[in-house]
Design a protein. Structure first.
Length: 418
């Protein structure tokens, strides 16, 4: 029997995120609030499967903005991560070490939380290609259409902390008796456990060239930022520091954050990989106790969102430093599909990218003239799905085109049949 947690909305007035971005020019070191600054924010996401939503997971519940005011929906348990599931449903991770911990569905119309799968102390969601994962203290779960959330045997009773992927390579950081990083070179079909002596890694992020960065958390002689040049198998230290919270990659920028100040380190800082230099980005950031770093892929600029103990904060202005040239091309792994075809009114377009890129998806007639723009802008790594409504187009054959400048130019024939 499914358990229900009824959420009571508590409206909180704050500027709409998207309007704020358009109306307020971002100057150097300017941080703008994303939602109320009274919340302890654990992560930021966006939902694209239904109406656009800004999503904040917080220690008090879920906070949403769908175009008017921000609203908080108390969950009874701390919320650690969010992902979209369908047009009217989100998946959220709720838990604090109780028998109620797990994956919950949140209905954006009824505002009810419904338990989907119990799992002890859930930590993260991760999507790679068309596969969904959820990590928790008791292992790694994988979504299967036939069987639902299924534990992966390699990770049974192993605390899973974070997950990252790049070009078919996957990495899962684990704690427990043998901490380290499990790796897969075949997209998650098989897994290799960490080698003896691998550092204890929590949060991770791949850069554009496949270098994996990870933090050794807490306060020990080995705490600091580490990197791996072989997708998580072996590691070397970048710099030593305690109380690191997260590492995040935005395009060619590697950004690190601290939970608490340590010596000269605090808040959010930009790492220059070539020199090891750290450049603070904290001027104007109201709270320097960082929980997590995130980004909004739908904003037309490179940006980072600092999720802090006093709200979430956005900036798209980075220090002017040389972070190297982008790689000549992304690794293999592009995919473009469209269904159904023929379609009557709505076409579902799915695209997979092996790395962050500027994506443009258009529809052309047989004369090569552009009749619609389905998606245009910077898109994150992995699989994305877009719904195109034909509107006033007449029946006939059309060409669906997806391009990444200099890297991808794919065309598919689709048929509109009224």
């Amino acid at each position: 029997m499914k358990a229900l947690l009824h959420a009571v909305p508590a409206p909180l007035l704050a500027p709409l995120f998207t309007i704020l971005l358009l109306a307020t020019p971002v100057t150097a070191t300017d941080w703008s609030a994303v939602g109320p600054d009274t919340l302890n924010v654990t992560n930021y996401r966006t939902s694209e499967m239904g109406p656009y939503l800004d999503l904040l997971s917080t220690t008090g519940g879920l906070c949403l903005n769908g175009g008017s005011d921000w609203e908080v929906y108390p969950s009874g348990l701390p919320c650690w991560d969010i992902t979209d599931w369908s047009a009217d449903t989100l998946l959220v991770l709720l838990g604090i070490g109780t028998f109620s911990d797990g994956i919950y569905r949140f209905n954006t119309s009824s505002h009810e939380f419904t338990v989907e799968e119990y799992c002890y102390i859930p930590n993260f969601f991760f999507r790679y290609g068309g596969t969904r994962y959820a990590g928790c203290q008791s292992g790694l779960l994988k979504w299967d259409e036939a069987e639902g959330w299924t534990p992966i045997a390699d990770f049974l009773n192993i605390p899973c902390l974070d997950m990252a992927g790049w070009g078919g390579h996957l990495a899962v950081s684990v704690a427990g008796n043998i901490p380290g990083v499990y790796t897969s070179d075949d997209g998650g079909v098989s897994w290799t456990p960490p080698q003896p002596g691998t550092p204890y890694i929590s949060n991770m992020a791949f850069d554009q060239e496949g270098v994996l960065y990870g933090i050794f958390p807490d306060s020990s002689w080995s705490s600091g930022l580490w990197k791996s040049l072989d997708y998580g198998v072996t590691w070397e230290v970048v710099f030593w520091s305690i109380d690191l919270a997260d590492v995040f990659v935005v395009d060619r920028y590697v950004i690190v954050a601290w939970r608490h100040s340590y010596l000269d380190y605090e808040g959010v800082e930009l790492l220059v990989p070539e020199t090891g230099e750290l450049i603070p980005m904290n001027e104007g950031l109201p709270c320097l106790s960082i929980n997590r770093l995130s980004t909004n892929d739908l904003v037309d600029c490179y940006n980072v969102i600092a999720c802090t103990e006093q709200g979430a904060w956005f900036t798209c202005d980075f220090p002017e430093v040389d972070v190297g040239e982008p790689p000549a091309q992304l690794p293999a792994g592009f995919a473009l599909t469209a269904y159904p075809t023929p379609f009557n009114s709505t076409l579902r377009v799915s695209v997979t990218l092996p790395g962050r890129a500027d994506l443009r998806i258009t529809l052309l007639n047989l004369l090569g003239r552009e009749v619609a723009v389905i998606r245009e802008g910077r898109v994150s790594e992995g699989a994305h799905s877009y719904a195109f409504r034909a509107g006033g187009l007449s029946s006939g054959i059309y060409l669906l085109r997806a391009t990444v400048p200099g890297r991808m130019d794919e065309v598919r024939k689709v048929v509109l049949l009224r």
